[in-house]
Design a protein around this ligand. Structure first.
Ligand code: PGA
Length: 260
């Protein structure tokens, strides 16, 4: 894991966007795994800026989103479809048929999950997966005790996740209990991961992910076993890392070509 600690979320998002932009310039048909939530918003704003001001071309890029709520259609205001079009896709030139988000209204959910995995495989696999971390250590909607080898599946949301995400719904009881999510196995098969975490609320799960034991109690801890993970943090999210000083020195002393 490369742990990159920046003074604020904006600086971290700019660095993460640069890493992604370099990949897209080198491999225009990049397959991206994308995430929702408040964490990647700065990254998405920066990608839009790079597209508008520096001509970063997404016309051959393919995307797969991590997850979607079961029961919410693409037009539901709290669906991740709506989120992605509002915060990113409306402003980029990704062809609509290159955009994949699990279908929250799928009638046969196991068949839909299997075909989502097939589509990822047919696209050549995910080159770069964007991830956030939940307050309970989840990645995607893989809640604590999820299998490390799981693939796209329907999960039952943990009560902590439902509490955290309820504000996005008009009333708490409208918050779904289930979601379709890429599995931890799917995430681990991606060639690179960009994990972002900001704010004091993320300090504990971030420390568990980076310095704790690899355990299904903290699903993100499995990323210690992924060969290419960059973790972009602001100071607050890094505040419980015992090795934060070490991480900073290590990063500063890398040769330029190994830095992001
Ligand atoms: P957040 O969610 O970005 O809204 O904090 C992250 C997550 O739950 O994975």
């Amino acid at each position: 894991m490369d742990v990159i600690i920046q003074p604020n979320p904006e600086a971290a998002a700019r660095m993460a966007a640069r890493v992604m932009a370099d990949l897209i310039r080198n491999k225009p048909d990049t397959v991206l795994g994308l995430a929702t939530g408040s964490t990647p918003l700065g990254l998405y704003r920066e990608l839009i800026r790079l597209h508008r001001e520096e001509g970063l071309d997404f016309s051959r890029v393919t995307t797969f989103n991590l997850d979607e709520y079961v029961g919410l259609g693409p037009d539901h205001p709290a669906s991740y479809h709506t989120f992605m079009f509002k915060h990113l896709f409306h402003a980029l030139n990704i062809p609509r048929e290159h955009i994949h988000i699990p279908d929250g209204l799928a009638k046969d959910i196991p068949a839909h999950c299997a075909s989502y995995e097939d589509a990822i495989r047919d696209a050549g696999g995910i080159d770069m997966q964007v991830l956030g971390i939940g307050a309970n250590g989840h990645i995607g909607f893989n809640e604590p005790m999820s299998s490390f080898t799981s693939h796209t599946t329907m999960t039952t949301l943990a009560s902590r996740t439902r509490q955290d995400n309820a504000p996005f719904f008009e009333r708490e009881e409208m918050m779904p209990h289930h979601a379709i999510t890429m599995g931890i196995g799917t995430i681990m098969e991606s060639r690179q991961c960009l994990m972002l975490a900001f704010g004091r609320r993320k300090a504990r799960p971030v420390a568990q992910m980076i310095e704790g034991s690899v355990t299904p109690l903290v699903p993100a801890s499995v990323l210690q076993q992924h060969p290419a993970v960059r973790v972009f943090l602001d100071k607050e999210a890094a505040s419980e890392l015992r090795g934060a000083g070490y991480d900073r020195r290590l990063y500063e002393n890398k040769p330029e070509w190994q830095k992001t």
